[in-house]
Ligand binder design. Structure first.
Ligand code: C2E
Ligand code: MG
Ligand code: MG
Length: 385
């Protein structure tokens, strides 16, 4: 990486139109004239001074210089390597990157029109049509907004079985997107997208409404006791101060007992301990229960479990799938013992085989969720049982 300052004498050329894009510069002192040649005549486009970037456009989109830069006074320039930009661009949000590159392309085309009546500058690269992943993401997000308005988001229920007597204790609500071209899109894909903007908030309210309507429907069926329904909640939703009061109001509007709504928050949110503690207090005060989802997936900080009184721990399916090894078995046994000590229920997620089921039951894990017990299904399949 170059870091040595470059001293340029007045009237010296820094780069010429058509040069390859090797470096950009930060102007430390002096003034620089930016120009282009039009019909054989030099046309001055502007002047740059201290604190401004020079030559970054060609470096950003890897095209030849579309202008020339000449020092008007003695100048000191700090070279900036292409890598310094490109690594950051690579790491940037693809949407931000797409916006930047589209603005750059538009600026280049305006520059070409201004200086050459629409002809492309020598060495300048014509924009290549391609589907930018950032733009693809924006498109998907707009479609998701539309899907929410149209009600193309389905909420399915997956049963949680009590292994001591085989009854269904409750259900987890899981969202699905019926996409007109892509078919069913997984929440693993679109929930992350929705979390990047505030779109997750109306989606969360939508799922809550559907869950309340489902509880009402289950109550009409006079299931005794009424099973609970678990609601997955994202990090961004937790920042909404009105979240718990809204849950309480919705439940009250349908005259539903608050303990029939279980909140699931994923282990990856645990680093924000004070916020989670507040949520737990507010939920418990209202009578709702809270589960720690995906337990054991990488962010486990066991210490915080001493401060955060979750009602339930959901053993991630990656742990359930390790039951076949003696070390995996030892780990799950220890987690079940820990949960018992904390007076916390344990739900095993992703139970797919009867061997896993039997092992979990023998270890003292009480609840099982997974394809063996039941896949996520629409409410009509639940009430038809
Ligand atoms: P999660 O909360 O951990 O949900 C369990 C996931 O495991 C679901 O994936 C479920 O379909 C899948 N699963 C259940 N049993 C089995 C099994 O036996 N084997 C395997 N391989 N998988 C099984 P899904 O529905 O694709 O949801 C993925 C994640 O998306 C959820 O993980 C949850 O974090 C999130 N999500 C789903 N619905 C919502 C929602 O309404 N709001 C929010 N914020 N997130 C949601
Ligand atoms: Mg969950
Ligand atoms: Mg989970």
């Amino acid at each position: 990486m170059r870091s040595q300052r470059r001293h340029v004498a007045a009237q010296d050329l820094i780069f010429a139109e058509g040069d390859p894009p090797t470096t950009a510069f930060l102007v430390e002192s002096g003034r620089i004239e930016i120009s282009t040649v039009q019909h054989g005549r030099v046309q001055v486009l502007g002047e740059l001074g201290p604190g401004e970037l020079l030559g970054e456009m060609a470096v950003l989109d890897n095209s030849h210089r579309s202008t020339s830069a000449r020092a008007l006074t003695d100048c000191v320039l700090l070279p900036i390597d292409r890598d310094q930009f490109s690594e950051r661009l690579e790491a940037a949000d693809p949407v931000v990157r797409a916006l930047l590159m589209s603005q750059l392309a538009r600026y280049r085309s305006a520059l070409a029109t201004l200086t050459r009546g629409g002809e492309t500058a020598p060495g300048a690269t014509a924009p290549v049509p391609h589907v930018d992943p950032g733009l693809d993401k924006i498109r998907l997000e707009s479609e998701l907004r539309l899907a929410l308005e149209r009600g193309d988001l389905d909420v399915l229920l997956q049963p949680l079985q009590d292994m001591t007597d085989g009854t269904i204790a409750g259900y987890e609500s899981l969202i699905r997107w019926r996409h007109p071209e892509r078919g069913q899109v997984s929440p693993a894909e679109f929930i992350r997208l929705a979390e990047e903007t505030s779109l997750i908030l109306p989606i969360g309210d939508y799922v809550l409404d559907r869950v309340c309507a489902m509880l009402v429907r289950l109550r009409e069926r006079r299931d005794e006791p009424l099973p609970f329904i678990a609601l997955n909640v994202s990090a961004r939703q937790l920042a909404d101060a009105d979240l718990v009061p809204r849950w309480i109001a919705r439940l009250a509007a349908h005259d539903l007992p608050p303990d029939r709504l279980r909140i699931e928050i994923t282990e990856s949110l645990m680093f924000d301990t004070p916020r989670i503690a507040q949520l737990l207090d507010a939920c418990h005060a209202a009578g709702m229960t809270v589960a720690l989802d995906d337990f054991g997936t990488g962010y486990a900080n066991l210490g915080v479990l001493a401060d955060l009184d979750f009602d339930c721990i959901k053993l991630d399916r990656s742990l359930v799938h390790r039951l076949s090894s003696s070390r995996g078995l030892a780990l799950v046994r220890a987690i079940v013992a820990m949960a018992r000590g904390l007076r916390c229920q344990v739900v095993a997620e992703g139970v797919e085989t009867s061997t896993q089921y039997a092992l979990l039951r023998d270890l003292g894990c009480r609840y099982a969720q997974g394809w063996l017990v039941g896949r996520p299904v629409p409410l009509r399949d639940v009430v038809a049982d």
